[in-house]
Each structure stands twice: as structure tokens, then as C-alpha cells.
Design a protein around this ligand. Structure first.
Ligand code: BGC
Length: 825
């Protein structure tokens, strides 16, 4: 620090560009590179030419209730980060699934703070064991997307401490996370990049010693944010600090000691990730692609939640001669959610491909989509694209102001990302996508453009449209990247007719709306479609002829993404109708739900089985085949309440800029009026379990951890894993309390007939509440009720625990460290 001038120090506190931090040779500091997380490590480019292993989304990971698996996925991401030269992964997201409408629901772990914290801490340990920093984001109360840049979240102090801060506490204390991100929103009036919660709670109470960075473009003030415990403004090179901060320090508005504190945090991070001369970091061994695939296949299956099974699963191969695989997501699945979490997987195994590969030639597999999952015009699929030279793909031409060609690129996709580094090349005036499309059948072809700015579509040299696309009023920046507006043109083609298509974008024409941010540009194509009725009729006919039907329904990017919330929990399009009609045609219909968040399932009682897969990563199809055919057990348990209706759910719509968390402590299953189609914690394996006995300590001293022992027997016919869950409640409390809360969990596995003991650790916090008046954690001495079972409503064993206040308490025995019980010995 002594070697750095004030100017050098301040320079370090704003990013060098979109993803990297400044180097400082004077102190042997190389540049530090950040990248999103958490579905994979995207790296510097937003491009299919720089693929990344696509892991199951965080909800899927939390659904496994498997901490060692979260460590393993973290390790894999660290290897990916190292491979791509990334030092800081911008994950995990620790915000809670407060409402199923939240657009980034798929990117959160759970509605429960204990589960989110434990899976999050394990993930962080895995990432950081590889010498790569994880980032606890977004601090705090950034639990939905509407007006996220400005919304003022009004949340009571108890809910803030007991729910929203709790996962951050676990990830700081037990995960030792090295980096954190301050969110866009305000909390109780104060923008989070200026909030006293950064110093008072994150640094102070939780003891976080890493770097606090702003979410991208979240820092909007100079002095107020610099005086808070924010260390780093992202992205750069511009922003509210830089010269303005230097001046503020010089005139005494910001103390130089505060600058030193920030630089020190940055150097500590640099030291941890090996970015300072002479500091080594762990070097994970890169694994072979086949090993990565095996982990991702296992991880996907571990997160699948089987919520209903009339006995059809696992499928008996011997009875399947003909399988119908139906649904929009069967051949076009979603393996990851939209927004900054986007990565470009090297490949995707679709449900259709996975089942075909597993079943081989002896089984006839029929397929049709049956219904569409979205209304938007899709990106022109790779199968339609031929470069003018004849090879597959598109040719991208970079054209100068004077019309001369600056360069070309051959690309496999018609969805491009125009990075600002390209736009900063002053000579570039137009970016053109050239391709030849050959009609497979006669009929109307809808060709279009997606993006912001000016787009000109030409077909065989004639201009079809030349138009400006502008974002919807009030649209978030990310919304403009994920689901930009579209322009369309319909043309009638004869079978085998070929057309030359050129989509040109005027570079810089989106500057007014997008500023200096990158841009998404796509050429769209929808070939002639059968009518909706005809598609459903076709699906019903295939179902009727099949021995078993697998229907893969889901959402699309236009419904579930960062940047906006959902308006409805219904499956988009005519998917509900499709499922009902298919189920009526075949009683062995298995519903596969490929969404990141809950959707309403009005046909739930009509199908033989329902498997929730979330966004499961690139190995989706293989994992699905493993589970349907019984090679792997569906390992998941619901990490959130799956609601049965929309009435009564917390809204994410701010009113006059304010979003009130009126439900207080009653989030999800904690609410006494929670109406669930499937309860928090629910999920079926392929075996059965008997809950035999539970032993809990009769007394626990205030502030001490405890342990509950639960004895269970596998009464089924195959080896299986059970997630034993313990919930606490306090029926006669003098305080406002949730109806129940998850106190601990322990997964166990057993062979058929085997009895095993699940030892469930209960942290001291389980019996504590936040005393807002005194500003500290407190215990309401007396009797707490514990229930053990397989979901928050299927509790088979109970016990009472008396928590003694600190004075009258007996200390826990030194041998165990926590008062426990011995029913399993
Ligand atoms: C998101 C962050 C993300 C950042 C960088 C923001 O819009 O909220 O989660 O890490 O962009 O992509």
C-alpha cells in the first residue's frame, strides 16, 4: 500500500473494462478477471466459440440437498475458471425464492435460508479450493426483478436477519467466501451500494473480509458509496468513482483511510487468487470431457424431483415396444436460465436424444412437439443455415462507413453478440449476417430480426424491411439482451426454393437505448407450421399408439429470465391442453417439467408420474433416461413450495417504487396459510422408508448447537437415499413466529431392509430469533417442538426440546460438542 499513490489506489477501485480489474505493476498486481456463474463459467466472450461446461442451475443443485455434490460442482467450475483465465466467479446467488414470480428464481437455491446457506457454503468451498474466488450475490433483498435498479424493498428487521441475511451469514462463516456483490435495489430507503448494512452487517456482524463489488452499473454515487464498505465499482473503465473520487478525497469528503481499506480488500483478494507476484494458488487438475460429462449426468439426476408416481417409474424396458416423446422441450430443452447466467455449452443432450440413445433400435421412438412453449419467433436453427459458399452456418461481414469490407467471420449460429470492443473500432458501420435458406416444404416462412437499433433485412437483394427496434418502455437492460424486440417479414416459398438472406445492423444505432453495453442480434426463422389443433391431434395419435408416453413441457426465455418477472405461473401456450389430451389418450403418461421455477399443473392428478427437472445442464437427456429407466434414482426434494394456485402468493410488483415484504417471516412453507400442490421438502425416490425412532436432547442451553438422531429403515426393494428433514415450531410462543421452519437435514442411504441412523445437526440459530429492540440474537427459553420426516408436512416422529436461557443452562458435554441423542447406538 505504501508503494501506491492516492491516484494509483483510486484507479484500482473501478474495473478496467466489462469483466476485468486494473493491473498495477508497481505492486506486482496482475489483472484479475471476473466471469458469471453460476450455470457454468462463461469467460470473457459471449459466444458459442468459447464453450463452457453447463452445470445444473442452482435450484437443481439445492434440490439435491447434497452438500458434497455442491462442493464437486464448485470444483468443476473452478477448473473451468482456470481453463478460461478467470479468477472470480460471480456466483452463488443467495437471494431467496420469496415469490415464484421472481425472474431469477432458477438462479436462487431455495425459499429456505438454511438450505440456501448450506448448499451455498458447500459450493463456495468447492470453487475456492481451486484458488478461484466465489461471489456471494446480491447483497441484499434482490429477490425479484421488477424495477430492480431502483426498487425500494421494505422489509422488517426480523425477516431481514432471520431470512434474507441468513444464507449470507452461512456462506461467510462456513464457506469463507472471498467476494460479495452489492445489489441494485434499495432496502428501507437506502441504495445497497451505499448501505450501512455493508459495513455494519456484512463486514461487522458477519466478519466478511473479502471484496465488496457493485452489481454491474449499480453504483451511482461518488461520496455516499465510497463512504460505505463498497470496495469496487463494476464495470469500468467509467463510473462514479475515478477522478470524482480522487477529488472527493482531496477535498476531504472521503477519508483516505477508507480508500486504503478498499485497496487492502482488493489486494487480499489478489493474494488469494494468485494475482500478486509471489503468491501461489491451488491449481486444480483439468479433467477429461468424459469425466465432466459423467459428473454433470449424475448431478442432473440428483436434482430431479419425482413428485408423483403411480408405480409407472422406473420403466420396465420389457414392456416398451413403442415410446412417444412429445412436447416442445423434448427436442429443444432448456438446460439453463436466461440472463447473465447464460453460457454456451459444448453440446446439449436433449430428452429425445437421451431416450433414443438409451433405448436403442429395439424400441420405436416417435416424436412431435404438440405445442409451442413460446410466442416469439425463434432464432434460425443451425439446420437452416448455409453460408453463401455452401458450408453450414452464417457468414458475418464487418462493413466500413465507405462500404469496404473490414473482415468476415464464419459462425455456426444466427444469434450473435456484438461486443463493444468491436463497436469501438471507429471504422465499423454495419454488421451483416449472410446466409442461404432453402425451403424444406412449400408455405409461409417468417423471417425476422431481434435486437435494438436499426435492422435491414434483404432477401435476394431486395429490402424486406428497414426498421428501428426500440426496447419496451421501462425494459431492463438485460431484458433488452435476452428478449429484445423483433421485426418480422413473411415470405411464401416453394419446396426446395433457396433464398439469399442478409440481415444488416447499423452499428451504433442502439447507443441511445443501450449506452456502451454489448448487444444481442439474431436472425429469426419460423418455417411453415401445422395449426395448433393439428399438432395436438398428432400428439394424441402418437400417444394412443404408444406403450408409454413422455411429455416434456416447460418455459422459454421469454417467460423465465433475469431482467423481468413472470406475470403468470401457467405453462405458456397450449401445453396444459396438450398434457390433458395426451393423458386422456394414454394412462402411462409421464410428465417431465423443464422449468426453473414452479408452474401450475392443472392435470397433475391425470398423469401417471411427474418429474421436475429444473434447468439441468448439458447432460439433461442422458440423466433423464437414467432416471426413467431406473439406472439412477431421482435424488431431489423440493427446495421450495410448489403452489397449487396463484391466490395469496407474495407479489413482486412495486407500488410507487416500493416493494413491501408484507408476508414478513411467512415466506413459502413458513406461512400458516401456505397452499401447496407439493410441499417443501417433498420428493419420491424409488424405494419406501419407515421412520422408526427419533431421539432429541431434552434440554439445550441457549446459544448451543444440538443433534437429533432419526432411525429409519429402507422397506423397499432397492438401495435408496432418503433426505431426513427436521422442522421446528413453537406453538405457544409470545413472539410472531413462522408456522414451522427447517431446523436441519441429513441425507442417508441404505440397502433394502437396512436400518440406518440419520444424525441431523441443529445449529444454535435454530432456536434463536432477532431481537430488533436490542439489536441482537436472543432465545425465547422454553419448549420447542421438533418433527422429523420427508417434507414439511410429512412428519412421522416428534420430540420436545427445552431451551434453557444462558444462566440456568447446563453446558454441552465436551465429548460431543453438542447435546445429542443415542437412538441409533
Ligand atoms: C447481474 C449480476 C451479474 C452481472 C454481470 C448483472 O446484471 O445482476 O448477477 O453478475 O450482471 O453479468
Amino acid at each position: 500500500m505504501a508503494a501506491l499513490s492516492l491516484k494509483q489506489k483510486v484507479r484500482l477501485l473501478t474495473g478496467a473494462d466489462l469483466w476485468t480489474l486494473h493491473a498495477e505493476p508497481a505492486v506486482g498486481l496482475r489483472r484479475i478477471v471476473t466471469s458469471d456463474g453460476p450455470a457454468g463459467v462463461r469467460g470473457g466472450a459471449w459466444d458459442e466459440r468459447d464453450p463452457a461446461a453447463n452445470v445444473p442451475c442452482p435450484t437443481a443443485l439445492a434440490a439435491s440437498w447434497d452438500e458434497p455434490l455442491a462442493v464437486e460442482i464448485g470444483q468443476l467450475l473452478a477448473e473451468e475458471a482456470r481453463r478460461k483465465g478467470v479468477d472470480v466467479v460471480l456466483a452463488p446467488m443467495l437471494n431467496l425464492q420469496r415469490s415464484p414470480y421472481g425472474g431469477r428464481h432458477f438462479e436462487c437455491f431455495s425459499e429456505d435460508p438454511l438450505l440456501a446457506g448450506r448448499i451455498g457454503a458447500a459450493f463456495v468451498r468447492g470453487v475456492q479450493a481451486g484458488g478461484v474466488a466465489a461471489t456471494a450475490k446480491h447483497f441484499i433483498a434482490n429477490d425479484s426483478e421488477r424495477e430492480r435498479m431502483t426498487v425500494d424493498v421494505h422489509v422488517g428487521e426480523r425477516a431481514l436477519r432471520e431470512l434474507y441475511l441468513a444464507p449470507f451469514e452461512t456462506v461467510v462463516r462456513e464457506g469463507g467466501v472471498w467476494s460479495a456483490m452489492a445489489s441494485y435495489n434499495r432496502v428501507n430507503g437506502c441504495p445497497m451500494t451505499e448501505s450501512p448494512l455493508l459495513r455494519g452487517v456484512l463486514r461487522g456482524a458477519l466478519g466478511f473480509d473479502g471484496v465488496v463489488m457493485s452489481d454491474w452499473f449499480a453504483a451511482r454515487s461518488t461520496v455516499a458509496s465510497a463512504r460505505s464498505a463498497l470496495d469496487l465499482v463494476m464495470p469500468g473503465p467509467d463510473g462514479p468513482w475515478g477522478g470524482a473520487l480522487l477529488a472527493a478525497v482531496r477535498r476531504g469528503a472521503v477519508d483516505e483511510a477508507m480508500i486504503d481499506e478498499k485497496v487492502l480488500a482488493l489486494l487480499r483478494l489478489a493474494s488469494r487468487v494468485g494475482a500478486l507476484d509471489g503468491r501461489e494458488r491451488a491449481t486444480p487438475r483439468p479433467r477429461k470431457p468424459a469425466d465432466t460429462a459423467a459428473v454433470l449426468r449424475r448431478a442432473a439426476a440428483a436434482g430431479f424431483v419425482l413428485v408423483r408416481n403411480d408405480g409407472v417409474l422406473p420403466l420396465d424396458r420389457a414392456v416398451i415396444g413403442r415410446l412417444a416423446v412429445i412436447g416442445p422441450n423434448a427436442a429443444t430443452p432448456r438446460t439453463l436460465g436466461g440472463g447473465s447466467a447464460t453460457v454456451f455449452p459444448p453440446y446439449t443432450v436433449t430428452p429425445l436424444a437421451g431416450l433414443r440413445a438409451a433405448l436403442g433400435d429395439e424400441v420405436t421412438v416417435d416424436h412431435c412437439t404438440g405445442a409451442r412453449a413460446g410466442e416469439r419467433l425463434p432464432v434460425a436453427g443451425p439446420g437452416w443455415l448455409r453460408r453463401p459458399s455452401g458450408e453450414a452456418g452464417v457468414e458475418v461481414r464487418f462493413v466500413a462507413v465507405d462500404g469496404s469490407l473490414l473482415g468476415t467471420e464464419n459462425r455456426a449460429t444466427a444469434a450473435l453478440h456484438l461486443s463493444r470492443s468491436l463497436r469501438h473500432n471507429g471504422a465499423l458501420a454495419w454488421l451483416e449476417i449472410h446466409t442461404v435458406i432453402r425451403a424444406s416444404a412449400s408455405g409461409p416462412y417468417v423471417i425476422g430480426a431481434s435486437g435494438i437499433g436499426r435492422y435491414r433485412l434483404s432477401i435476394d437483394g431486395r429490402v424486406a424491411f428497414d426498421t428501428r427496434l426500440t426496447p419496451a418502455p421501462g425494459a431492463d437492460l438485460v431484458e433488452s439482451l435476452v428478449v429484445p424486440p423483433q421485426a418480422v417479414h413473411t415470405i411464401s416459398l416453394a419446396a426446395a426454393q433457396s433464398i439469399d438472406v442478409t440481415l444488416a445492423h447499423e452499428v451504433g444505432s442502439a447507443a441511445a437505448e443501450m449506452g456502451d453495453v454489448d448487444l444481442s442480434i439474431a436472425l429469426n426463422l419460423l418455417p411453415p407450421q401445422a395449426s395448433g389443433d393439428a399438432e395436438i391431434d398428432r400428439a394424441v395419435a402418437l400417444a394412443d399408439a404408444a406403450d408409454v408416453v413422455v411429455v416434456v413441457v416447460g418455459t422459454s426465455e421469454e417467460v423465465e429470465s433475469e431482467g423481468f418477472d413472470r406475470d403468470s405461473l401457467a405453462l405458456p401456450g397450449r401445453q396444459d391442453e396438450l398434457m390433458s389430451r395426451v393423458a386422456a389418450a394414454n394412462c402411462r403418461t409421464i410428465a417431465i417439467v423443464n422449468t426453473g421455477a414452479p408452474v401450475l399443473l392443472p392435470w397433475a392428478d391425470d398423469v401417471a408420474a411427474i418429474l421436475l427437472t429444473w434447468f439441468p445442464g448439458q447432460e439433461f437427456g442422458h440423466a433423464l433416461a437414467d432416471v426413467l429407466l431406473g439406472l439412477a434414482e431421482p435424488g431431489g426434494r423440493l427446495p421450495m413450495t410448489w403452489p397449487s394456485q396463484e391466490t395469496g402468493l407474495p407479489s413482486t410488483r412495486p407500488v410507487n417504487g416500493t416493494l413491501s415484504y408484507g408476508e414478513g417471516l411467512g415466506v413459502g412453507y413458513r406461512s400458516p396459510s401456505c397452499e401447496a400442490a407439493f410441499a417443501f421438502g417433498h420428493g419420491l425416490g424409488f424405494s419406501r422408508w419407515e421412520y422408526l425412532a427419533m431421539a432429541a436432547p431434552g434440554e439445550v442451553p441457549a446459544g448451543a448447537p444440538a443433534e437429533v438422531a432419526v432411525e429409519i429403515r429402507n422397506t423397499g426393494s432397492r438401495r435408496s437415499r432418503e433426505v431426513v428433514q427436521v422442522y421446528a415450531s413453537r406453538p405457544d410462543s409470545a413472539l410472531d413466529r413462522p408456522a414451522r421452519w427447517l431446523a436441519g437435514f441429513a441425507p442417508v442411504s441404505a440397502d433394502p431392509g437396512e436400518t440406518v441412523c440419520a444424525r441431523v445437526p441443529l445449529a444454535a440459530r435454530v432456536f434463536e430469533h432477532w431481537d430488533a429492540e436490542r439489536g441482537r440474537w436472543a432465545v425465547e427459553a422454553g419448549q420447542f417442538h421438533l418433527g422429523a420426516g420427508r417434507s414439511c408436512v410429512s412428519l412421522y416422529l416428534t420430540a420436545e426440546v427445552t431451551v434453557r436461557d444462558a444462566v440456568s443452562a447446563t453446558r454441552p458435554s465436551a465429548a460431543s460438542g453438542r447435546p445429542g441423542a443415542a437412538c441409533c447406538e
